[in-house]
Design a protein around this ligand. Structure first.
Ligand SMILES: *[C@@H]1O[C@H](CO)[C@@H](O)[C@H](O)[C@H]1NC(C)=O
Ligand SMILES: *[C@@H]1O[C@H](CO)[C@@H](O)[C@H](O)[C@H]1NC(C)=O
Ligand SMILES: *[C@@H]1O[C@H](CO)[C@@H](O)[C@H](O)[C@H]1NC(C)=O
Ligand SMILES: *[C@@H]1O[C@H](CO)[C@@H](O)[C@H](O)[C@H]1NC(C)=O
Ligand SMILES: *[C@@H]1O[C@H](CO)[C@@H](O)[C@H](O)[C@H]1NC(C)=O
Ligand SMILES: *[C@@H]1O[C@H](CO)[C@@H](O)[C@H](O)[C@H]1NC(C)=O
Ligand SMILES: *[C@@H]1O[C@H](CO)[C@@H](O)[C@H](O)[C@H]1NC(C)=O
Ligand SMILES: CC(=O)N[C@H]1CO[C@H](CO)[C@@H](O)[C@@H]1O
Length: 198
């Protein structure tokens, strides 16, 4: 009986590991292709490419999570009428989760789109051929983070000024390090669980 329980737990852990790898990969494909598409667009406008920003990516992930379960309509995502952007009461908490606050994110720009199955062509055109294009065509923005959830994709643009750098003002390197290690610590927790039951 004990060995059955052990086998069950081990196979559940295996599924979990595979599942994490799988979703990470799916997200990465759509995010990567959008990242490249946006920078190609910037090149055609004679602007320098945007560099990846870990904190912006963290916030983009958190924001995408907020849209989970919401359907695509003609008033969501890139169709949102300016002034009617969705407001999230827990926004300060989402910022805090990413070790950010309003001071260092004020000049950033959050741009959600909703595209069934994240069709890569439509995702890119939802940025380059919509109201969002004016922000991509802006030298003020220098960094980018991309998050995905279901049919939702969220781009967060950052600046190189202190109000939009998405760099914690206290410059706490330890926190940065911990977040970079995020995926690895998943495995460490899993591994220690693995050894505990053996
Ligand atoms: C981009 O820059 C090049 C050289 O600096 C110039 O010849 C070209 O007209 C520019 N294109 C646009 C779209 O500004
Ligand atoms: C959005 O869709 C609804 C019905 O689905 C339609 O009545 C409305 O005119 C559409 N609005 C725009 C701006 O396309
Ligand atoms: C944005 O994506 C939607 C699909 O949700 C599509 O119908 C629409 O044409 C796209 N808009 C642009 C400007 O590409
Ligand atoms: C993505 O959308 C475009 C335009 O609607 C369509 O031509 C293309 O076949 C779609 N691609 C996929 C993989 O569904
Ligand atoms: C990008 O911005 C420049 C300067 O504001 C403007 O001249 C140009 O028409 C814009 N291009 C597009 C495609 O929006
Ligand atoms: C910020 O970015 C702008 C535009 O890319 C550049 O001209 C400026 O030198 C940058 N400033 C710093 C402090 O990196
Ligand atoms: C944001 O964080 C910085 C330190 O990282 C702090 O100096 C600043 O007061 C904070 N701003 C708010 C509004 O909490
Ligand atoms: C946008 C993004 O996260 N892209 C990453 C996808 O994964 C490859 C490696 O597998 C990285 O090099 C990219 O930076």
């Amino acid at each position: 009986m004990a060995s059955f329980a052990r086998t069950l737990v081990v196979s559940m852990l295996m599924c979990y590991i595979l599942f994490i790898n799988h979703t990470a990969k799916c997200d990465n494909d759509s995010e990567d292709s959008l990242f490249q598409g946006i920078n190609q667009y910037r090149t055609t406008l004679n602007l320098s490419g945007l560099t990846e920003n870990d904190k912006a990516e963290c916030l983009a992930d958190e924001m995408a999570d907020q849209f989970k379960g919401q359907p695509c309509t003609n008033t969501t995502g890139s169709n949102t009428v300016q002034g009617n952007e969705p407001q999230f009461a827990n926004y300060p908490r989402l910022l805090a989760k990413c070790d950010l606050n309003v001071t260092n994110t004020r000049d950033g720009k959050i741009m959600p789109v909703c595209v069934p199955n994240l069709n890569a062509t439509l995702v890119l055109s939802n940025y380059t051929l919509s109201q969002y294009s004016q922000y991509l065509n802006d030298t003020a923005y220098t960094g980018i983070g991309i998050g995905t959830e279901e049919n939702w994709m969220v781009v967060v643009l950052t600046t190189n000024t202190s109000e939009g750098s998405f760099v914690p003002a206290n410059g706490n390197g330890v926190v940065n390090f911990a977040i970079k290690l995020g995926p690895v610590s998943h495995y460490l927790v899993l591994l220690s669980g693995f050894f505990m039951i053996l």
